[in-house]
Design a binder for this molecule. Structure first.
Ligand SMILES: [Mg+2]
Length: 264
């Protein structure tokens, strides 16, 4: 088996097994870690174009209450960005792939001593300026090159990403995603968030379930599996550490809904 590689990191893929399209029914006693883009909401042409319906907001609020707070959103977006979209500030959340997080008690933490060099941001902006249709998203700890409108430029984005990471490989890593390439600081990932939140209430002692669609979610799948839980891959099948799969955001919401409706 060939190990899938995201530059600078490897994950342990599942053994030779096909994914079960039907995860077991969600249970009140489990702990839930859920990605945002492509998992709870459909992708939009631009990062700012996604919409969170009142139905989704009500669902997350109800599930969070039903599982006694053991529901966290774990995304590559900044925390502030997530709060603007989801508008449920009492939810535990992790942003920027785990480099910042808010726990169940509202305490916000960030991996210390991380910063992105201005020349990396400048080079990314220049790359995008020369390629109409691409977008640059500058975050605290990463810069993202979006090619959703011009997917043929994905390999070009990967190439400039590799070059920029090579300028400071001890501090930077490449994080490819769905029509996006991020140059980000090293220091943590989504799996670390699972490990961290499981150490305290309300996640302590619960079986962790990680739901996500992207390569960066593999760390979350692996962490959930190590802690006795499992991952649910959203979208098309691929080599993964997840044990189950759901077709898309609509299927994820349908799977969660019994928790909110008291029928789980
Ligand atoms: Mg995603």
């Amino acid at each position: 088996m060939t190990l899938p590689c995201v530059i600078g990191m490897y994950w342990e893929p599942a053994l030779e097994q096909s994914l079960d399209l039907s995860p077991p029914p969600a249970r009140l006693g489990w702990g839930y870690f859920i990605d945002f883009d492509g998992t709870l909401v459909d992708f939009a042409p631009t990062p700012g174009g996604v919409t969170v319906s009142e139905d989704l907001r009500a669902l997350l609020h109800a599930v969070h209450g039903a599982v006694q707070g053991a529901l966290a959103i774990v995304s590559g977006r900044p925390l502030a960005d997530l709060d603007c979209f989801i508008a449920l500030p009492h939810l535990p959340m992790a942003g920027q792939h785990g480099l910042e997080w808010r726990d169940a008690f509202g305490c916000v933490s960030r991996i210390p001593r991380l910063s992105l060099s201005p020349h990396i941001v400048q080079a990314a902006r220049q790359w995008s300026a020369d390629r109409p249709g691409t977008l640059v998203e500058v975050k605290d700890f990463s810069v993202a090159l979006h090619v959703r409108l011009v997917p043929a430029l994905m390999s070009d984005a990967l190439e400039i990403g590799r070059q920029l990471v090579a300028s400071d490989p001890s501090r930077l890593m490449l994080q490819p995603g769905s029509f996006v390439v991020e140059i980000r600081c090293r220091g943590g990932h989504k799996g670390d968030i699972v490990d961290r939140l499981l150490r305290d209430r309300p996640f302590l002692g619960r079986r962790p379930i990680f739901i996500g669609d992207d390569l960066t979610d593999e760390h979350g799948f692996a962490a959930a599996s190590r802690a006795g839980g499992f991952g649910i891959l959203v979208g098309g099948e691929r080599e993964t550490s997840a044990r189950h799969r759901l077709a898309g955001p609509a299927a994820v919401k349908a799977w969660l809904r019994p928790l909110a409706e008291g029928t789980a």
